[in-house]
Design a protein around this ligand. Sequence first.
Ligand code: CAA
Length: 384
Amino acid sequence: MNFELTLTQQEIQQTTRRFAQEEVAPLARETDESGEFPIHLVKRMGELGFLAATIDPTYGGSGMHYLSYTLISEELGRVDSSVRGFLAVHGSLVSLCINDWGTEEQKQHYLPKLATGDWIGCYCLTEPNAGSDAASMESTAREEDEAYVINGEKIWITNGGIADVALVFASRDREKRHKGICAFIVPTNTPGFHREPMPGKELGHRSSSHSHITFNEMRVPKEALLGQPGEGFKVAMSALDHGRLGVAAGAVGIAQACLDASVDFARRRRQFGQRIGDFQMVQATIADMTADVEAARLLVYKAAWMKENGLPTTRHTAVAKLFATEAAARAANEAVLLHGGRGYSNEYPVERFYRDIKGLQIYEGTSYIQRIVIARDVIGREEK
Ligand code: CAA
């Protein structure tokens, strides 16, 4: 067992850290306030090879190790979860999913343009009545000659307002529950595809583009199918196995940022005639945060290593996401308290981390769902 990053991995970490500090962090507060996604960063991430990090160079990817992908996600998560969230959806839920399930033609057509950021991807699974229970989706795909006609509604679709390509899940036979679901790759300029921003103002990830999407007699050719008809649920779940790794790594980034900010503040802030970092209660808080960050990072690295080695990772990515997001929520909660009144204002970034982390505990499967995935794998399902 070797706990050291390779030289290549260290370089990727440094490159991302520089990009995050110099190009992402300076915009984070402003875009959080304006709600505008910093779209120019997409092409920059393409140039840096982040958008298709683990995809083969044949399809425009960077051919990186999954561990390198988690390093990128951690560094971006450390400064801006909206930008990191963009990457998890675009790079994992969409590109890696097409890479896993696409035909040669689909891969050649979509992956290079997604790798450069010329095209942006979104993943349309969640519906008003099908959130955690994804198999109960109500969107339908009716077979007609050489086409499918899709009708339905999706909500909370990250990147929805800026996407050129959507992965769409719809059922051709709702009686069959998950076995009726099909996955489609759909250009967003297809007639019948409509999108609008989600109503209301989000708690966190305020610069992410979150959309309400409807499909109205949207006709797509049979070649738009990703995987076989009826295989769509597996396509969706396997994509989430990739996506959850990036979310877990992003949570490590948030936890690390909360720790860094707390240590800095504990050294500078003086009360009762001494640094607040010299009080045992503050020390205990920082010690717990440190232990949480270390443990979460190791779980993320292990899941990435397993993925790289072709081992089943459903349980391990769920463990990493569950632990890392809960640990980061604890860290953000403590960081705001430790900063006192300053932590309660967006003068300091811990306020944004505190709001953003709730999103990571919810999307790509809530902490409840991660526990279900883990427990089912550990206990096993009863034979019926
Ligand atoms: N990979 C491949 N196949 C899988 C799988 C995986 N990870 N997990 C399950 N499957 C397969 C099972 O093997 C089973 O196959 P068979 O029919 O051959 O036996 C089939 O899928 C059905 O599995 P389950 O019986 O476990 O299905 P379920 O209905 O009980 O649901 C669940 C399981 C884990 C709860 C699942 O519904 C789930 O993950 N829900 C959460 C959904 C979610 O994460 N939504 C987030 C949306 S995306 C987002 O948030 C980002 C954005 O931008 C929109």
